[in-house]
Design a protein around this ligand. Structure first.
Ligand SMILES: *[C@@H]1O[C@H](CO)[C@@H](O)[C@H](O)[C@H]1NC(C)=O
Ligand SMILES: *[C@@H]1O[C@H](CO)[C@@H](O)[C@H](O)[C@H]1NC(C)=O
Ligand SMILES: *[C@@H]1O[C@H](CO)[C@@H](O)[C@H](O)[C@H]1NC(C)=O
Ligand SMILES: *[C@@H]1O[C@H](CO)[C@@H](O)[C@H](O)[C@H]1NC(C)=O
Ligand SMILES: *[C@@H]1O[C@H](CO)[C@@H](O)[C@H](O)[C@H]1NC(C)=O
Ligand SMILES: *[C@@H]1O[C@H](CO)[C@@H](O)[C@H](O)[C@H]1NC(C)=O
Length: 271
């Protein structure tokens, strides 16, 4: 029965994907199996950093309502995975995420600049932090503070832009790089990293995300015990990110100079 109804489902799916492709000039591939396994063992943390230059090149991106993103890889999330790379999430049906609880307020400038959500419409990043903590953080062995600090600390430790720069890999719209060069730069960090790309309609590969496997205590990089589907060509682009790529046509309620990080108000961070 199930097998019989399959072709129809697949053609509908193909039609749906085809329609999606008409709307979005860049295709992305889901890489990790999205398997909910609440209660399953968490064997590692998986830190995903996203390159804003590619995010903004691939589609609309918006200036966050609060703070300004740094010109660097941005934190997307810190997932909880098992040994095979399956996602373990939603371990607790009740979730309380608080940015007001000490010492979270001291992390807010980092959250605004390094863990912001550039999707449109403009938003303050809160939904992303909340969803990440509620879906994955609660499956980790860390408390909320240590979970967020682990993401920041490990991002700083990886120092990707520096690792690339020492190998003469800098964001550029005129020169492409070989995947092997990227991998060599990452290997110099003694890190096993997963590199992901999105593909432009003309077939060019754009460096999109880099993920790392981290020990469950959030303190060390470990070898990833699983591989992901290769989404990059042997040749890929690492486009620059400019702050003016961000659409600012938003209701900011934002006063003061662009350099100032606005601290949370009742309006922006309703707790
Ligand atoms: C679930 O989360 C709530 C609120 O954060 C907490 O009080 C409770 O101890 C958690 N339950 C488990 C099983 O971890
Ligand atoms: C990012 O912001 C967009 C638009 O405000 C929202 O739809 C999306 O869920 C957010 N992403 C995450 C991961 O929270
Ligand atoms: C945080 O996320 C949880 C789980 O996704 C959701 O139930 C809750 O409403 C969110 N809290 C806020 C304040 O958005
Ligand atoms: C989180 O856990 C760490 C280490 O177990 C502990 O030192 C710290 O006080 C905890 N923080 C909070 C806010 O519970
Ligand atoms: C984060 O890094 C700081 C500074 O390097 C260090 O003092 C702290 O112990 C680290 N915390 C965690 C949870 O990794
Ligand atoms: C690794 O990077 C450092 C700079 O951080 C450089 O001095 C060193 O030569 C590199 N090592 C290798 C094996 O490429």
């Amino acid at each position: 029965m199930a097998a019989k109804s399959r072709p129809k489902t697949i053609s509908l799916l193909a039609l749906f994907i085809g329609i999606l492709c008409l709307y979005f000039p860049v295709t992305t591939a889901a890489v990790l199996p999205l398997v909910e396994k609440s209660g399953a063992a968490v064997d590692l943390l998986y830190l995903t950093l996203v390159w804003p230059g590619t995010f903004c090149y691939s589609g609309q991106c918006c200036m966050p309502t609060t703070g300004e993103p740094s010109n660097d890889f941005l934190i997307e999330d810190l997932k909880t995975l098992d040994q095979t790379g399956q996602i373990v999430q939603d371990c607790n049906s009740t979730c309380r995420f608080s940015v007001n609880k000490d010492p979270m307020p001291s992390l807010i400038p980092d959250l605004y600049s390094n863990w912001c959500n550039l999707s449109c419409p403009c938003n303050n990043g809160f939904a992303n932090w909340n969803n990440t903590w509620c879906a994955y953080g609660q499956c980790s062995q860390l408390n909320q503070t240590d979970y967020f600090i682990a993401a920041f600390n490990m991002t700083a430790k990886a120092n990707l832009l520096n690792a690339f720069q020492v190998k003469s890999i800098v964001p550029s719209s005129s020169a492409s790089y070989k995947l092997t060069e990227i991998n060599t730069a990452l290997a110099n960090l003694s890190l096993s990293a997963h590199v992901e790309c999105v593909t432009k309609t003309d077939g060019a590969s754009l460096l999109s995300k880099i993920s790392f496997c981290i020990s469950t205590d959030g303190l060390s990089f470990i070898d990833c015990p699983f591989d992901i589907k290769q989404t990059c060509d042997s040749e890929l682009w690492f486009y620059p990110f400019y702050i003016n790529q961000l659409n600012t046509e938003c209701d900011y309620d934002y006063v003061g100079s662009g350099d100032l990080i606005k601290m949370p108000t009742a309006k922006h961070l309703p707790m």
